[in-house]
Design a protein. Structure first.
Length: 263
């Protein structure tokens, strides 16, 4: 299937590793040019070089902290300088620390809001006027299964990701007539560095091994396995595409059936 992404320009946040990198690779395979960003310059450069080498698309990599407005401005400015526009925005941020409510300070909450909510707002605010002017755009937010079924010991993520969902669902209605879609994709337990970190935290808290923590999650998943980043990225790429022009305001889980709700 041709997704109609060749020649489109994407901005993919936190794309040096994990889900963000998988999304960047998938969009590149569809022929999109894009800007990648992450805080770690070395890992970002390695990822960008690999994608350029493997696909031949035009990739701009910008080391920046999207939790700061200056970082957002640097990334969007680089996209504008290189391509003149952003057609597709994929927001993605590292998950906030695990822990129960009483283990997190006020500062921890402020950091989670800044990185996981305000970065989404700032990126959207920066690219939306151009999308409206061209009457075409795709905004896809990487959130979490936690927005439909809260995950134990992840109160920061459960709370702040839900705020992104409310924002996106409302924005989708506001810009639908402008040819812009806004959707969320909810990763379940997927084999990334973040999930390894969560497994280690869970293992330490329960007094079990990392493998036992993974096995416990796999027993909760009807497919009895963790997801792979490329499986998640394929769904994101579809929502970014021309083919998904009538899909907006949705939150789509990619979780192997973990969420038990009807909707």
């Amino acid at each position: 299937m041709d997704l109609g992404l060749r020649g489109k320009v994407a901005l993919v946040a936190a794309s040096s590793r994990g889900l963000g990198r998988a999304v960047a690779e998938e969009l590149a395979a569809e022929g999109a040019d894009f800007v990648m960003c992450a805080r770690g310059a070395d890992a970002l450069r390695e990822a960008a070089d690999a994608i350029r080498r493997d696909t031949g698309v035009h990739v701009v990599d910008v080391a920046a902290d999207l939790g700061e407005l200056a970082g957002v401005e640097a990334v969007v400015g680089a996209a504008t300088a290189a391509f003149g526009r952003v057609d597709v925005l994929v927001t993605n941020t590292g998950g906030p620390p695990a822990g129960l409510f009483e283990s997190h300070s006020r500062e921890a909450w402020q950091t989670a809001v800044r990185h996981n909510l305000e970065s989404v707002l700032d990126l959207t605010r920066a690219v939306l006027p151009g999308m409206k002017e061209r009457r075409w755009g795709r905004i896809v937010n990487v959130t979490s299964i936690a927005v439909k079924q809260p995950v134990e010991n992840l109160i920061l993520s459960n709370s702040v990701r839900a705020a992104v969902t409310g924002f996106a669902r409302t924005l989708a209605n506001e810009v639908a007539a402008d040819g812009i879609t806004v959707n969320n994709v909810l990763p379940g337990y997927t084999r990334t560095e973040r999930v390894v970190e969560l497994a280690d935290h869970t293992a330490a808290r329960r007094g079990v091994s990392r493998d036992e923590a993974f096995a416990a999650w796999e027993r909760e998943i009807p497919m009895r396995r963790l997801g792979e980043p490329r499986e998640f990225a394929a769904v994101v790429a579809f929502l970014c595409s021309e083919r998904a022009s009538y899909v907006t305001g949705t939150s789509i889980p990619v979780d192997g059936g973990w969420i038990r709700s009807l909707l």
